[in-house]
Design a protein around this ligand. Structure first.
Ligand code: ACO
Length: 325
């Protein structure tokens, strides 16, 4: 029986760069504070005319090219996002039209920063059961739309971007060896987007406030470290491996201090952990997808390596995925 694995990766990033020094002009913050507390130096910001779906389409096209597949061979498109262009149509349907994947089913999946891993595990089931052959999973965020740019506690953390992979049957020993999905809904209030609470039937209430991210950073920090370390341990055990067998860990990029604490807890040397948060900040679902793309491009992941992806995000949701490359 052949395994299921990644056969092509893609990414798409907005051109506009917002540095910590640029942020110093917007809110009461400093490059020094942001760098030491988070590891972030700059992030990408999608422009007014650059939609989430534009980033998703760019990433999808590159993943298809790298997989050497045409869009008509894609049976399923999953876009994982918490910042779609609009409530509907789904970003997945916009991608389907743009790339001409006329035989594909398409839907969006909401699992915040764990979205890419939730998407891969969901698509894997369809391929494993023989329902579909090739799936395109795209993690795409224009999360800066959901940020209150007067709130220094959150606006320094996030950026926009998209990453994608094509999932299909692979030969030899490579492929997904284990995955783990988890949710702790009881902590949902720690990171949420607050609506304006209008009565929809009140004709006189004209107040419209855009929804924005509210976050309790310190509480999330602790849960993030424990959840991510636990997710890797569980996934490794399911794969019949020891954590020390992992060659490269690609973690969600929320805070470099979280990544270091997870590495310490797992006793994994920092050289085995891929970090690109300094360039992009937290791109929610897109963080791991873009990090995986860059890790492979930079030769940090080689054929035969055991790769662990691990995520944590609003919901709260955590996930891990172990792949033999
Ligand atoms: N610039 C300067 N000072 C700031 C800034 C800023 N941008 N933001 C906060 N401060 C101040 C605070 O007001 C506070 O000042 P005070 O001591 O006078 O009250 C001080 O800095 C310390 O603030 P803390 O919140 O204690 O800082 P902390 O070290 O915890 O770092 C951070 C904050 C970076 C948010 C951290 O807690 C974190 O990364 N948390 C986890 C975030 C996360 O994982 N998010 C969820 C996943 S994302 C997703 O699901 C889409």
């Amino acid at each position: 029986m052949s395994n299921i694995g990644i056969i092509g990766l893609g990414h798409c990033l907005p051109k506009r760069v917002l540095t910590n020094h640029d942020l110093e002009k917007l809110v009461d913050t400093s490059d020094e504070w942001i760098t030491t507390r988070t590891g972030i130096k700059e992030r990408r910001i999608a422009g007014k005319d650059e939609k989430n779906s534009d980033l998703a389409i760019g990433a999808a096209k590159e993943a298809l090219k790298n997989a050497q597949l045409t869009a008509d061979k894609i049976d399923l498109i999953i876009v994982t996002t918490i910042s779609p262009d609009s409530n509907f149509p789904s970003v997945a349907c916009l991608v389907q039209k743009a790339i001409g994947a006329k035989h594909a089913a398409a839907f969006d999946l909401s699992a915040a920063c764990s979205g890419f891993l939730y998407g891969i595990t969901t698509a894997k089931q369809f391929i494993q059961t023989g329902v579909y052959k090739n799936a395109l999973i795209i993690a795409s965020e224009k999360i800066t739309n959901l940020i209150d740019w007067n709130d220094r506690a959150t606006c320094v953390l996030f950026g926009d971007g998209a990453g994608a992979c094509v999932l299909g049957k692979v030969k030899g020993k490579s492929g997904i060896v284990a995955d783990y999905l988890h949710a702790q809904g009881e902590f949902g209030h720690l990171m949420s987007v607050v609506s304006d609470g209008r009565d929809p039937l009140d004709k006189h209430n004209k107040l419209i406030r855009l929804p924005y991210v509210v976050m309790y950073g310190q509480e999330l920090f602790k849960i993030a470290v424990n959840s991510m370390a636990r997710a890797v341990e569980i996934a490794a055990k399911k794969a019949g491996l020891k954590v020390s067998d992992i060659d490269c860990v690609v973690p969600h990029q929320a805070n470099d201090r979280i990544i270091s604490a997870v590495a310490k807890k797992l006793k994994v040397p920092k050289e085995k952990i891929f970090v690109n948060i300094h360039k992009y900040g937290n791109m929610s679902a897109a963080s791991i997808a873009v990090a995986l793309y860059e890790a492979e491009k930079e030769g940090r992941i080689k054929k035969g390596d055991v790769v662990a992806m691990v995520a944590f995000g609003a919901g709260l949701v955590s996930a891990a995925n172990i792949i033999r490359w």
